[in-house]
Ligand binder design. Structure first.
Ligand SMILES: NC(=O)c1ccc[n+]([C@@H]2O[C@H](COP(=O)([O-])OP(=O)(O)OC[C@H]3O[C@@H](n4cnc5c(N)ncnc54)[C@H](OP(=O)(O)O)[C@@H]3O)[C@@H](O)[C@H]2O)c1
Length: 338
């Protein structure tokens, strides 16, 4: 170990990006069944900004180390650890002790809100809460996986997995949507995407989206989707929420699924029971289990996929990285090195 201090950013309390304070604490001692991870990269999601700005709907403990997503190298392992060894490259599982099967909410104490997250130099952690990184990914790319990528994988390959030849609809160009496009194309699934502007249409086309609809030019895009895919798409990956839900219902084929994921919008039309009855089913997603994370990593390796990173910031500039998320030119994922 070369450093003696453990830098970290704690969120004193919700109220703005300037509430994030860098502190130096000691490097933690590990227990017999823990590992010490030298964190090499962390990654931001919409949730992290919502936590800092006081827009997170759940609990937030004061003075919590921020960020759910991180990747690094194991530099020390307790004598009872079998799952990993020193030198292994790992990422944290967003849902921590949800390993497989049905989600058990009582097991999950999410990072950044309930428990200390990954925006630190050294993290002591139980090895069961980690997954191995695909060998071909950099640490920045690996740090982009735990929240957005696992959510996208769950949306496509959860209890009713899509098959080659099916069609998925994605909304916008944020982290979850872009991973969905990447996975879908690798798996032979057709993609229709919406976005807000022509330069983003080009970016979506570059990563393989088959059909793109500008939702500012075509606000009733549900009809357009039905023109492109008579009968409707097999899945909508709904990351926006109440503002887009009525159009999502229009877009999906009866008997297929809208995966409910996002809360980017706060208002929208009220939905009547009969807007849904006899149409698609809905499934609420909470990221995904460790089994899903590992299955996704196998696919990432098999198809040689790489997360697309927007901008990398040095550790000390964490606050700038948060500001970057709010810029109109922000695309894909955002991550930075400690
Ligand atoms: N339930 C879960 O497990 C889970 C997991 C991950 C994320 N989430 C949630 O999913 C949402 C997306 O997360 P993210 O990290 O992917 O977000 P993000 O990276 O911040 O994505 C934001 C993008 O969404 C698009 N967008 C914003 N408002 C829109 C609107 N009214 N209509 C259509 N598109 C709109 C914009 O792209 P364009 O300009 O291209 O339209 C924007 O760039 C968030 O609410 C997040 O909390 C939930």
């Amino acid at each position: 170990m070369t450093e003696s201090a453990n830098r970290m950013f704690r969120l004193q309390q919700a109220g703005g990006i300037d509430q994030l304070k860098m502190t130096e604490e000691s490097i933690p001692e590990i227990g017999r069944n823990e590992v010490l991870v030298r964190v090499k990269a962390t990654s931001l999601n919409y949730r992290d900004l919502a936590l800092v700005e006081g827009n997170y709907p759940g609990r937030l403990n004061d003075n919590t180390v921020q960020l759910s997503d991180g990747a690094g190298e194991i530099i020390e392992a307790g004598p009872d650890v079998r799952r990993f060894k020193v030198g292994d490259r790992v990422a944290g599982n967003f849902t921590r002790e949800w390993f497989s099967g049905k989600r058990m909410p009582e097991y999950i104490e999410p990072y950044g809100s309930h428990s200390d997250g990954w925006l630190m130099d050294y993290k002591a952690i139980h090895p069961e809460e980690l997954v191995k990184l695909p060998d071909h990914l950099t640490y920045e790319q690996g740090a982009a996986l735990p929240c957005a990528a696992v959510t996208a994988w769950n949306a496509l390959k959860g209890p009713s997995p899509l098959e080659p030849g099916d069609t998925v609809l994605t909304l916008g160009t944020g982290g979850v949507s872009v991973f969905t496009v990447q996975f879908a194309k690798a798996l032979g699934i057709q993609v229709i995407s919406t976005t807000s502007s022509s330069w983003k249409e080009e970016k979506l086309s570059d990563i393989g989206a088959d059909q793109i609809i500008n939702y500012n030019e075509t606000p009733e895009w549900g009809n357009k989707v039905k023109e492109l895919v008579p009968g409707g798409v097999n899945r909508v990956v709904e990351v926006v929420g109440s503002a887009t839900f009525p159009q999502s219902i229009q877009s999906v084929a009866p008997g297929d699924e809208i995966a409910l994921i996002g809360v980017l919008s706060k208002t929208g039309e009220n939905i009547d029971y009969y807007d849904l009855f006899g149409k698609a089913s809905t499934r609420t997603i909470m990221v995904g289990s460790r089994d899903m994370f590992e299955a996704m990593n196998k696919a990432i390796t098999a198809y040689n996929l790489s997360p697309i990173i927007d901008t990398v910031y040095p550790f000390e500039q964490a606050q700038e990285a948060y500001h970057h998320l709010k810029k109109p030119e922000f695309l894909w994922k955002n991550s930075y090195f400690p």
